[in-house]
Design a protein around this ligand. Structure first.
Ligand code: HEC
Length: 143
């Protein structure tokens, strides 16, 4: 009896996200550009991990340096951002730009935190960066 009730409860739970319809817009791009973009993405995640680690050690300057050079406005040329933006829907490219801006803002906030102390502002600014990762990932896909 208890087993049946449990089963009923499980069946009434909302379907997990994996079964939900995928409403992301599929963006077509030449295979080489797609590979290039995905390689950049993997580096973005690595950069976030390294930034978080530096913040945990209160190495604000190193965190700022990684953010600016790998995610911030200084990273645009290395990422071939101008070429990439051309194959993206305009809204998607705008999220990318917002992410690069947020990363550069984070770098400034982290350097200020070095002087003033306090991790709160730095983490808040880092969260602003990650918000843009989330925004783009929930709207677009390339596969
Ligand atoms: C402008 C849009 C955009 C932004 C901003 C963005 N991504 Fe992505 N990312 C994508 C798309 C599109 C994919 C491919 C998803 C798919 O096709 O399923 C992707 C894939 C990835 C992948 C998987 C790579 C692989 O090898 O398959 C990682 C990791 C990733 N992103 C990390 C990040 C991180 C971390 C950030 C923020 C610092 C970020 N991305 C910001 C669009 C974006």
């Amino acid at each position: 009896m208890r087993g049946k009730i449990l089963l009923l409860i499980v069946m009434l739970l909302p379907l997990p996200q994996v079964f939900a319809e995928d409403r992301r817009v599929r963006v077509e791009m030449p295979p080489m550009m797609r590979e290039h973009m995905l390689a950049n993405m993997r580096d973005h995640l690595l950069a976030l991990e390294q930034i978080t680690r530096h913040l945990a050690n209160r190495e604000y300057d190193s965190a700022a340096e990684i953010a600016e050079t790998r995610l911030g406005m200084s990273s645009l040329e290395g990422h071939g951002a101008a070429h990439m933006a051309k194959v993206m829907p305009r809204e998607m490219a705008a999220i990318g730009t917002a992410m690069h801006r947020a990363a550069s803002r984070f770098a400034i906030t982290a350097r200020d935190a070095e002087i003033e102390g306090g991790l709160n502002a730095a983490f808040s600014a880092l969260s602003d960066v990650m918000q843009q990762c989330v925004a783009c990932h929930s709207g677009y896909r390339v596969h």
